[in-house]
Design a binder for this molecule. Structure first.
Ligand SMILES: Cc1cc2nc3c(=O)[nH]c(=O)nc-3n(C[C@H](O)[C@H](O)[C@H](O)COP(=O)(O)OP(=O)(O)OC[C@H]3O[C@@H](n4cnc5c(N)ncnc54)[C@H](O)[C@@H]3O)c2cc1C
Length: 471
């Protein structure tokens, strides 16, 4: 085998010397190299701003391929990225000049309806997972957009419509099969490799490649869901109202405060279409009569300009945001947690949210609490159990010529609101530097460093919100 320089001293012009043909010979799946006609499509991720050129993309067909790819990248000292659903806004599913372990073809899902458990492979996206589990009237906490991958999502935490009733997605993870940095396949659960199991529930892709996830399911659906919207002039009063309503919401009710451009939908009066509005999206999981009572306070501020709340299949709820988040747009986000929505933070949020560029950009306030907050801070790697809200400033626009304006809006907003915040959600982070990574892992950071030092001492898995090993 030709000598291959280390990750840090690699000269990209010598990549031809990397013996990819040896890797190809060991794979059941495909190996896509830059000369391949499929290469440009295969290196694309959800965020159209990401334009990385891997040396090779290994489309794995199972754990055996993943083991070969991990061992190869380690031997060749290549940068290594892991692709699940490819939705990570920082583009961590791809890397420049290294190997991508592409899991997107791993789509198997098996539901055991008697045990209310599902096993799913890491290329599955939430729409696929929900379809299979809903065939049995079951679900677990999943993403608000159906094309998001279950893999990166689960490993970072997992905020979704079921979370206040049933916890984050990572709280519903029962076990995971993981290919570690030395190419071993291990199972992590409450009884096996418990230290690793702890780290997988919030520590992201730092510890290995997950080839199978096992989830707890719950009886779910149909649900009471939808949204209310108000004209933007009411933003400050609405957020103060929303704060009070959220504080008394039952666990079965999960809500999301929003600033967004009203779509040209039939349920939006024509004078509001294309204007920036404030409001809340909601989902009640349970009996409709109880749900009507639970959502009444949210609907009674007003009257709302738009009130589109009613019974719907869970799979419809899970796709409500799909058209608002198309793949291939330019995307830049900043996010942070709030312990409370006090008047001062509302003032700052409103001052900047009313400048949300018309189009796909939006501001989200995810209301946490409920089952999320009843898990102890050190029980899982996800640490933000006591936060009341996760704020996400979502810049999303089609034209790269508009990058400076849109990024400027997100940054100015974030700089102003940051003093009112604490913590950050790892799945909403961009490439924002080590301090922000530490903020995201919060008080669990040192324990995560110790775990990383045990499982990945050479930091093979570093194309992520990276926890550096201690050596
Ligand atoms: C449109 C959109 C909507 C979203 N909605 C929500 C939401 O409702 N709630 C929420 O909590 N988050 C949401 N997110 C954020 C989402 O959780 C993250 O983007 C997450 O990383 C997506 O997982 P993925 O598998 O698609 O990502 P990828 O980009 O494929 O991977 C993300 C990270 O996970 C690692 N990874 C992926 N697969 C594996 C694996 N099998 N083993 C080990 N590591 C792996 C990768 O190395 C990478 O670092 C949303 C994102 C987008 C773009």
């Amino acid at each position: 085998m030709p000598i291959v320089p280390s990750r840090s001293d690699r000269d990209p012009t010598t990549l031809d010397e990397v013996p990819f043909q040896e890797l190809r010979a060991t794979l059941r799946g495909e190996l896509i190299l830059p000369a391949d006609a499929r290469y440009d499509q295969a290196r694309k991720v959800w965020n159209g701003m990401i334009d990385r050129h891997p040396a090779a993309i290994a489309r794995c067909t199972g754990a055996a391929d993943v083991i070969q790819a991990v061992k190869f990248a380690r031997r060749a000292k290549l940068p290594l990225a892991i692709r699940g659903g490819g939705h990570n806004v920082a583009g961590h599913a791809v890397c420049d000049g290294g190997l991508v372990i592409d899991l997107s073809r791993l789509k198997a899902i098996r539901v055991d309806s008697a045990r209310q458990v599902a096993r799913a492979e890491p290329g599955v996206v939430w729409g696929e997972f929900d379809r299979e589990t809903q065939a049995f009237g079951l679900a677990t906490t999943g993403g608000l957009v159906s094309t998001t991958g279950i893999a990166g999502f689960t490993l970072g935490g997992g905020i979704g419509w079921l979370m206040r009733q049933y916890g984050l997605t990572c709280d519903n993870l029962l076990s995971a099969d993981v290919v570690t940095a030395d190419g071993e396949l291990v199972t992590a659960s409450a009884t096996e490799n418990t230290d690793l199991f702890w780290g997988l529930r919030g520590g992201g892709g730092n510890f290995g490649v997950v080839t199978s996830f096992e989830y707890q399911l719950h009886p779910v659906g149909p649900v009471l869901g939808g949204l209310v919207l108000h004209s933007i002039e009411k933003a400050r009063d609405f957020l103060r109202w929303y704060r009070e309503v959220a504080a008394i919401a039952p666990d079965a009710l999960t809500t999301l405060g929003v600033f967004a451009t009203a779509p040209p939908a039939p349920f939006v009066p024509v004078q509001y279409q294309g204007t920036l509005m404030v409001g809340a999206v909601m989902a009640y999981i349970g009996d409709f009569a109880d749900g009507e009572a639970a959502v009444r306070p949210l609907r009674s501020f007003g009257p709302p300009a738009v009130d589109f709340v009613g019974p719907m299949p869970y799979t419809t709820l899970q796709t409500l945001f799909d058209t608002a988040a198309p793949a291939g747009m330019q995307s830049y986000w900043k996010s942070a947690d709030l312990d409370r929505l006090d008047d001062a933070s509302i003032d700052v949020i409103v001052e900047h949210a009313i400048r949300t560029p018309i189009g796909l950009s939006a501001v989200h306030l995810h209301h946490l609490g409920g089952a999320v907050g009843r898990v102890g801070l050190s029980e899982t790697a996800y640490p933000h159990r006591q936060a009341a809200f996760t704020l996400n400033i979502v810049g999303l626009w089609p034209d790269p010529a508009e990058n400076a304006r849109n990024i400027g809006w997100v940054r100015a907003f974030f700089d102003a609101v940051q003093p009112h915040t604490r913590g950050a959600y790892v799945n909403f982070l961009g490439d924002e530097g080590e301090d922000r990574v530490r903020t995201a892992y919060g008080p669990n950071y040192e324990r995560l460093v110790a775990l990383k030092t045990t499982y990945d001492p050479t930091n093979l898995f570093q194309v992520n919100q990276n926890i550096r090993p201690n050596n």
